[in-house]
Design a binder for this molecule. Structure first.
Ligand code: YSA
Length: 354
């Protein structure tokens, strides 16, 4: 075996794998040096000692050379990796997509914000509602057209374990008729009044459902904002003031409201209101309103009495309104079709994210 040649070969090994090969070739069980060691036994003692010393030196030299080359190859690999993986801070970064609020949420936030400034509380109610709160208690008896299958999603359910429509006190109201997907937020007027005593002012944002043939201005699921103010001396003038304030909040100083008489079973007198839309110079029909019908106060007090609570609404007056949230957005942003709202078409929705 030629030590010089072996050391040179090791010093030039190009990869860790080839280096391992050389290690085996020289120092392995059947390696060249090992072979030489095996011949020692056959030598005379004097010669054996001398050759043994030399072979040990060779072994040490080979081991050192292998170690040194291995360290060098590893360092080389590390440097190469560092070079490849180096961080270029001038490269453009990854864009992390961030979500935004839906157009309905944005307009609801704006509406609710305007009322909060006027001291209104914001409350929410159940979307699956009992027939009693959605209809009866607000003076829409059984024969009222809004209960027709064309308008209302009736929820037929097996009132088995775990499904009960509950009243404001957690009591089961299954006995108070069937269940519906609420057709408007007006049922919350009753729920709130049963649990609270006047004076108060609230707004109720929420999803409502109607069995509608959808078209450009009708959806089967949409949102309403309900308002209710009750106290000892509340008048129609307060209603007009609040809606006019809403008009100014939405459309600026030029904003104004118009009221036209109409009929809703739960108000007397009833109005529909429109707002002046300065950009388009036209009136927008937004919703219904009026003075709370005395029937509602009576229904609330009767219910309270049933629950062992004192009657609280005798001598009170109040006003209420209910408006379509998507309809307002349609007109305000010039959107041609209400069905765009809930089709999850990002190109449409991205135009409005806040
Ligand atoms: C009236 C008087 C009050 O004292 C309180 C509330 C009300 C409003 C009443 N509860 C109601 O729901 N009236 S409404 O049937 O005319 O609907 C109110 C608004 O909801 C409409 O003016 C319209 O803006 C919107 N709307 C109705 N059906 C819709 C709809 N929006 C989208 N799709 C539909 N299918």
């Amino acid at each position: 075996m030629n030590l010089e040649a072996a050391l040179e070969e090791i010093g030039k090994a190009p990869t860790l794998e080839s280096l391992q090969g050389l290690k085996v070739q020289y120092l392995g069980k059947n390696g060249l040096l090992t072979q030489e060691m095996k011949t020692l036994g056959r030598l005379a003692p004097e010669e054996r000692r001398e050759k043994g010393r030399v072979l040990n030196e060779w072994k040490e030299a080979l081991e050192k050379a292998l170690e040194a080359r291995e360290a060098w190859l590893r360092e080389q690999a590390l440097q190469e990796r560092l070079l490849q993986e180096s961080l270029d801070v001038s490269l453009p970064g990854y864009a992390f997509p961030s979500g935004g609020l839906h157009i309905t949420s944005l307009i609801l936030q704006e509406l609710v914000g305007i009322f909060r400034k006027q001291g209104f509380s914001v409350v929410e109610g159940p979307e699956v509602e009992s027939e009693f709160f959605n209809f009866d208690a607000i003076n829409m008896p059984e024969w009222h057209p809004a209960r027709d299958m064309q308008d209302t999603f009736w929820v037929t359910f097996d009132p088995g374990p775990g499904f009960t429509i509950r009243g404001p006190f957690g009591e089961s109201v299954n006995s108070l008729g069937g269940a519906v997907l609420r057709t408007h937020t007006s049922g919350m007027q009753i729920r709130y009044m049963i649990q609270h005593t006047p004076p108060f002012r609230i707004v109720v944002p929420g999803r409502v459902f109607r069995y509608e043939q959808t078209d450009a201005s009708h959806e089967a699921m949409f949102h309403q904002l309900e308002g209710l103010v009750v106290g000892p001396d509340i008048t129609m003038a307060d209603l007009k003031g609040a809606i006019s304030e809403l008009a100014r909040g939405l459309f600026g100083e030029e904003g104004k409201a118009r009221f036209q008489p109409t009929y809703f079973p739960f108000v007397e007198p009833g109005v529909q209101f429109a707002m002046w839309w300065p950009e388009r110079q036209k009136w927008l029909e937004l919703g219904g309103a009026g003075m709370v019908h005395p029937y509602l106060f009576k229904a609330v007090d009767d219910y309270r009495e049933q629950q062992g609570l004192p009657r609280a609404y005798e001598g009170m007056t109040g006003w209420a309104f209910g408006m379509g949230v998507e309809r307002l957005a349609l007109l305000r942003y010039g959107i041609p079709d209400i069905r765009y709202f809930y089709q999850n078409r990002l190109s449409f929705l991205r135009q409005f994210r806040g």
